[in-house]
Design a binder for this molecule. Structure first.
Ligand code: 5GP
Length: 208
């Protein structure tokens, strides 16, 4: 019997390198698929609709809220971000693992709705390094940079409530640690119930 896929929540302050880490995690393990979030923020240069985000209007986003199509959502730095139920359910139903790249408020909502989810927080090595990475990205006006750094401090305080914290000093190492966490997580007893029952049933048939 196949076990249900894992719902993996990955958080970390803006600029910590979540996208690059996720890309590597998926390269290492093709059973992990990314859920594409919806957002009202404009696309940055190089970002593609449907690949990086579903870039939608505020009206469309609010319609998703009223029609209960979102698993979670939040307002972050003046823009809405949310996870569509459909994009997660489709992947899990297929027995694959799904990874969500979301901030701490969304992660809290997911833990309430899906207590079996696995939550991992990515920490920058230092705040100075985080600032450098945001500056190097060059996509934020200075005002946003300050807002994102303040928000980063608040998010890091929440990291202690996650299941695991991994420092992103080096992308390959950080991704490898996340892959090992995901692999180990699959063997937690509460996730192995189906397999245990199957073995027990088999034992009943053998000795009947
Ligand atoms: P960015 O604008 O840098 O792409 O994302 C800003 C923040 O929003 C990041 O911390 C990112 O993880 C978070 N985020 C992206 N998609 C979602 C989502 O669907 N839900 C929530 N709650 N946060 C999201």
């Amino acid at each position: 019997m196949r076990n249900k896929g894992l719902l993996i929540v990955l958080s970390g302050p803006s600029g910590v390198g979540k996208d690059t880490v996720i890309e590597q995690v998926i390269k290492n393990d093709s059973s992990i698929k990314r859920s594409i979030s919806a957002t009202t923020r404009p696309a940055r240069p190089g970002e593609l609709n449907g690949r990086d985000y579903l870039f939608i209007s505020e009206d469309e986003f609010c319609k998703n809220i009223t029609e209960d199509r979102l698993l979670e959502y939040t307002k972050y730095c003046e823009n809405y971000y949310g996870t569509l139920k459909k994009s997660v359910e489709e992947i899990l139903a297929d027995g694959q693992n799904v990874i969500l790249k979301i901030e701490v408020d969304g992660a809290r909502q997911i833990k309430e709705k899906c207590p079996d989810s696995l939550r991992i927080f990515i920490l920058p090595p230092t705040m100075q390094e985080l600032k450098n990475r945001l500056l190097n990205r060059g996509s934020e006006p200075y005002k946003n940079l300050e807002i994102r750094l303040k928000r980063a401090i608040e998010e890091i305080k929440f990291s202690l409530q996650y299941d695991y914290i991994v420092v992103n000093d080096n992308v390959d190492e950080c991704a490898a640690v996340i892959n090992s966490i995901v692999n180990a997580e699959k063997f937690k007893p509460f996730r192995m119930k189906n397999i245990v029952n199957e073995v027990l049933n088999d034992e009943k048939n053998t000795y009947r």
